[in-house]
Write a protein that binds this ligand. Structure first.
Ligand code: CTP
Length: 406
């Protein structure tokens, strides 16, 4: 029995959907649903004309996100400016793309939120034109399409068929499923890590001393979260096990929140089997041997002496696990003899790769947004230039994809 090809998956992909004003806008509601079914996160911008055809409320209900309509709204600007809207997407889809919006894009106009976001983005753009067939055939529209395609804007449709006005011809918006397929092709879905499972740890752990106090560290979770996002974007089904952090959940990633090292280990083991595990968490090395049942009082005979016990090493445990992922990657935060210590750590913990980073004071690595790392493997050492943590994540995800390639 054949079920046909399984639908493309888009885990973690972030789509910014611009809906402009045409009757085909009703199909864009279905498009939101189709994207979400495949694991993509969808944010929607609607033009004023689009709102004559469908309501922001309907788009919000389907996207599970607020819908953006106004360039000048102060709340929109403070919560999510047009620049962030445009940049926090892996792909911008304009569906339907009216003749008017295509003309604005070709001319570089920016007089509303939709056109401003489109001018402000350097992300790939896919347009799904929809209009009357004479408008589509008009030399002005042809010229605008030529300009946009020469700039790298991708297009799906329009199709031939019956148009809303009872006429027929070229001008019907492509079907939602065709748009999703086109988007998937641009995003590289069925990406290099499609059908792979990834496990990432991130953030600090907190080890309680008594009901109100704990021991922890300054890890921000930025690097681990960026790695989970990058793996998901390459198509991996990704679980992120995170200690307490301020970072938002990466879209399309399954996030398991934990507090202590013991909980982190349990969550990691529950997430197996996985093809790759990346341990980026700053796990507390020790925990209190006994957690006081009541708040330790100052009056209880002077400052307490804490007896500590060692926490499980999650990286080492995963590296020697019966269900060991094919590739296990750890980090080594070092302040001296960075490579030497990282090599030792790789052998001691039994992992395949170590990303060694220099966290000595002055490097700004801890809590900062950039990172200078060396990839230490059995084959040798690769020095990476100073990179943003997001770039370290992208590079690592690509290396993982190469390594796991069949
Ligand atoms: N790690 C872990 N579980 C622990 C401790 C560390 O999974 N209980 C992982 C970290 O996520 C990281 C790697 O081990 O990938 C190295 O952590 P690091 O703190 O640099 O090394 P330690 O093992 O703590 O060694 P030392 O403190 O002696 O440098």
């Amino acid at each position: 029995m054949s079920h046909g090809p399984s639908p493309v998956k888009l885990p973690g992909r972030r789509v910014l959907l611009v809906i402009s004003g045409g009757i085909a806008a009703y199909k864009s509601l279905d498009l939101i649903r189709r994207f979400r079914e495949r694991g993509a996160a969808v944010r929607v911008i609607m033009t004023a004309a689009a709102q004559q055809f469908v309501t922001p409320l309907a788009a919000a209900a389907l996207s599970h996100e607020r819908v953006y309509t106004d360039l000048w709204s102060l709340t929109d600007e403070s919560e999510m400016g047009h620049l962030r809207l445009a940049q926090e997407a892996d792909l911008v889809v304009v569906a339907p793309a009216t003749a008017d919006l295509l003309a604005k894009m070709a001319a570089g106009l920016a007089d509303d939120l939709a056109s401003t976001a489109l001018l402000a983005t350097d992300r790939p753009i896919l347009v799904a034109p929809a209009m009357n067939h004479r408008m589509w055939a008009h030399p002005a529209t042809r010229a605008n399409i030529d300009i946009l395609e020469a700039r790298g804007v991708r297009r799906i449709g329009p199709n031939a068929g019956e148009l809303a006005e009872g006429e027929s011809g070229w001008g019907r918006m492509a079907e939602p499923l065709e748009i999703v397929e086109a988007a998937a092709a641009i995003l590289g879905a069925g990406g290099p890590l499609a059908a792979r499972r990834a496990l990432v740890t991130s953030g600090p752990t907190q080890e309680p001393i008594d009901p109100v106090r704990y021991i922890s560290n300054r890890s921000s979770g930025k690097q681990g979260h960026a790695i989970a996002a990058a793996l998901a974007r390459l198509g991996a089904e990704t679980t992120l096990v995170s200690g307490p952090v301020q970072e938002p959940d990466p879209p399309g990633v399954r996030v398991v929140r934990v507090t202590t090292a013991a909980e982190m280990l349990a969550a990691c083991e529950a997430a197996l089997p996985a093809d790759v595990a990346v341990c980026a968490a700053a796990v507390a090395d020790w925990r209190a041997a006994e957690i006081a049942g009541e708040k330790i009082k100052k009056s209880a005979g002077g400052p307490p002496i804490l007896r500590m016990t060692e926490n499980p090493d999650i990286l080492a445990t995963l590296s020697r696990h019966a269900q060991r992922p094919r590739l296990v990657v750890g980090f080594a935060a070092e302040t001296e003899k960075v490579i030497e210590h990282a090599q030792e750590k790789r052998l001691k913990k039994g992992c395949d790769w170590i990303l060694a980073n220099d966290v000595s004071p002055g490097t700004g690595t801890f809590g900062g947004s950039s990172n200078t790392v060396h990839l230490v493997t059995a084959e040798g050492v690769e020095d990476w230039p100073p990179l943003a943590k997001t770039e370290v994540a992208e590079r690592l995800a690509r290396r993982i994809a190469e390594r796991l390639a069949p």
